[in-house]
Design a binder for this molecule. Structure first.
Ligand SMILES: [Zn+2]
Length: 182
């Protein structure tokens, strides 16, 4: 029963769609009373978001093709690549399927952060100490644990990558599924 996989795939597609919409919708400057100087375009194209979308799709396509060389060509729509990946990796052995799911889940976290939602990090327990004190360090692009005992005496804060959070999430989901199945 691949309910969890469907959730992860659908969630990733929704978050990619949000980014697409944000990218294609003209930006509101907030202050409409004062016109922007003519030299500054009113709706600047955020190349960071475009790059982010392209890199995300590229990673999904590359990984899927490596895991399933006979996969059909990927869809043109960026948000549709997750269902495409799911379709072509669902039959693979457990380990490979989970690796694909972890990539998709990590991208969902990356999409949320790209949109300025850092709360997605707090929704995961620290993989090391299990506390709910993770917070996002934007400059370092990593999560850090608030628990000062987590890293050990004299050590800097325990840090966690998004990939680690994604692996933890997918593994926990598999454990729940296995528990339900028995
Ligand atoms: Zn911790």
């Amino acid at each position: 029963m691949g309910l969890g996989d469907a959730d992860i795939t659908a969630h990733a597609a929704i978050s990619m769609r949000l980014i697409q919409q944000d990218f294609t919708t003209p930006r509101r400057t907030g202050d409409t009373s004062r016109r922007a100087p003519a030299a500054q375009p009113a709706a600047p194209i955020d190349l960071g978001i475009l790059d982010h979308m392209r890199a995300s799709v590229h990673e999904i396509v590359t990984h899927t093709r490596a895991a399933a060389p006979n996969a059909t060509p990927p869809p043109a729509d960026a948000a549709a690549v997750y269902a495409w990946m799911d379709e072509h990796t669902a039959h693979l052995e457990e380990e490979k399927r989970q690796a694909a799911q972890a990539i998709v889940y990590r991208q969902t976290l990356e999409h949320a952060l790209k949109m300025g939602d850092e709360s997605v990090v707090r929704r995961h327990p620290c993989p090391s100490c299990g506390c709910w004190g993770l917070f996002w360090r934007a400059a370092a692009r990593e999560a850090a644990c608030l628990n000062r005992h987590c890293a050990g005496p004299g050590q800097p804060s325990r840090t966690v990558t998004l990939a680690q959070l994604a692996h933890q999430h997918v593994a926990a989901q598999e454990t729940r599924r296995a528990t339900r199945a028995t």
